[in-house]
Design a protein around this ligand. Structure first.
Ligand SMILES: *[C@@H]1O[C@H](CO)[C@@H](O)[C@H](O)[C@H]1NC(C)=O
Length: 354
C-alpha cells in the first residue's frame, strides 16, 4: 500500500464526523486567507473510501449522484461523446504568478492555487480557481490512459463550473530530439531558439523560414506540422511546480512556489482544440452540469519528475464512467448482482434418472 493511501486512511480514521462532512467539498475555493488550515479530503481511491462507495461516505444523500448520475466524469474520449470547440470558440486568459503561489496537498491530490484568470465559453464567463493533478489520467484519450491529467478549474459567481483537462505524458526525449534535428535543418538560429520555447507553435514558425529549396521546404513543413501535434519538450510550468512536490508529501502541507509563467500553458492549449461535453466533478459530491473541455494538446514532464510526483500522489483516478446519458455503472452493476443472485438461487435441474 502506498504511503499516500496509508496516510489518507489514518486521517479518515481520526477526523471527527463534523470535520469529515465539511471536507466533502468540491475543493474549488482556495482557503480564504494565506496560512489558514488546509482541509484534507477524507474520501479516497481504494477500498471502502474509494469511488465504488463514495455515495455512502457522507452519511446522507450529498454524494448520491456518484452512484446514480447519468452524466458522470471521467469518460473515454471517443468519437461521438464530445463536440469539438476550436480555440476561436473560447477566450482563455490566465495571470502569470511572478510572486509564486501556494502549492498544497489536499490528501487526494496536489493543487496549485490560482492568482486570477478567466475562461469564456458557451456564453458564460468563468473565473480561474486552481489546478490539480490526477495520476494516471482520469479521462481516456480514445481508449488510452495517459501518465497524468491536469484539471484547471473555473467557476462563475453563480457557481457553474468548467474544467479544462490536459493530458500530461512522459517526455521520453526521443521524439523531441528528432524534432530538434528537423528544426535545425530549416531554421536560422534566432527562429530556432524561438521554436525551442514554443514547441506547439512550430507550424507558423516553419512557414516563415527561408525557402532556399521549395521541395525541401514542403517536406519539412509536412514533417513539422505532423510532429507539432505529437511531440514537445517538458513543460517549464509543470517542471517548476513539481520541483517542490517532495515538500508537499504530507496531506495538509503547503509550500510557496517559484514564479509561475502560465502563458506557456495558455499558448499550448490555444494551439489545439477542445473536446467538450457536459459531465460532473470526478470527486464527491460528483455534481453534474460541469462543462468539460479536454484539450487535444498534451503537456510533457520528464520521467524522473513523474516518478517524484507518483511517490507523493500514488493513485487518484476515478474509473471511467458510462457514456453520457446512460445509466450510472453502479446502478447497472447493482442490477446485475441482483439478477445473478436470483439465478444462483434457482435449484439446478436434477440430472435425468436413467
Ligand atoms: C479513435 O481511434 C479510432 C481508431 O484508430 C479512430 O478511427 C478515431 O478517429 C479516433 N478518435 C478520436 C476522437 O481520436
Amino acid at each position: 500500500m502506498s504511503t499516500f493511501i496509508a496516510r489518507i486512511l489514518m486521517i479518515a480514521a481520526s477526523v471527527t464526523h463534523a470535520s469529515a462532512s465539511c471536507a466533502y467539498g468540491t475543493h474549488l475555493s482556495p482557503r480564504a486567507e494565506e496560512g489558514a488550515p488546509i482541509e484534507v479530503n477524507t474520501f479516497g481511491y481504494t477500498g471502502v473510501i474509494g469511488p465504488l462507495n463514495w455515495a455512502a461516505l457522507d452519511g446522507g444523500s450529498a454524494n448520491v449522484l456518484c452512484a446514480t448520475g447519468k452524466n458522470q466524469s471521467p469518460i473515454d474520449m471517443v468519437d461521438g461523446v464530445f463536440k469539438t470547440l476550436t480555440a476561436a470558440d473560447v477566450k482563455l486568459q490566465i495571470n502569470d504568478m511572478p510572486e509564486g503561489t501556494e502549492f498544497e496537498n489536499l490528501g487526494t491530490t496536489v493543487e496549485v492555487v490560482s492568482k486570477g484568470g478567466s475562461l469564456e465559453v458557451g456564453g458564460k464567463t468563468y473565473e480561474f480557481k486552481q489546478f490539480h493533478f490526477h495520476l494516471p489520467s482520469e479521462h481516456l484519450d480514445n481508449g488510452t490512459s495517459i501518465a497524468m491529467e491536469m484539471h484547471m478549474v473555473f467557476q462563475t459567481p453563480e457557481e457553474d463550473i468548467a474544467v479544462v483537462g490536459v493530458f500530461v505524458d512522459l517526455d521520453t526525449g526521443v521524439a523531441a530530439a528528432a524534432d530538434a534535428a528537423t528544426a535545425q535543418v530549416i531554421t536560422p538560429p534566432a527562429a530556432k531558439r524561438d521554436l525551442g520555447r514554443h514547441p506547439h507553435s512550430r507550424r507558423g514558425e516553419a512557414a516563415s523560414a527561408p525557402r532556399a529549396d521549395s521541395h525541401l521546404s514542403a517536406i519539412v513543413q509536412l514533417l513539422t506540422s505532423s510532429l507539432a501535434t505529437t511531440t514537445g519538450t517538458s513543460s517549464a510550468l509543470l517542471e517548476t511546480v513539481f520541483s517542490q512536490v517532495a515538500e508537499v508529501a504530507s496531506p495538509g502541507s503547503v509550500v510557496k512556489t517559484q514564479p509561475l509563467v502560465m502563458s506557456e500553458v495558455v499558448n499550448t492549449l490555444l494551439a489545439g482544440s477542445f473536446q467538450s461535453y457536459s459531465g460532473s466533478l470526478t470527486t464527491p459530491p460528483c455534481s453534474e452540469g460541469v462543462t468539460w473541455l479536454v484539450s487535444t494538446q498534451k503537456l510533457k514532464i520528464q520521467t524522473a519528475t513523474f516518478e517524484k510526483v507518483r511517490s507523493v500522489i500514488g493513485f487518484n483516478a476515478r474509473y471511467p464512467q458510462n457514456t453520457p446519458g446512460f445509466n450510472n455503472l453502479l446502478s447497472v452493476g447493482a442490477q446485475s448482482a441482483v439478477a445473478a443472485k436470483a439465478a444462483a438461487a434457482v435449484p439446478a435441474v436434477p440430472a435425468a434418472k436413467i
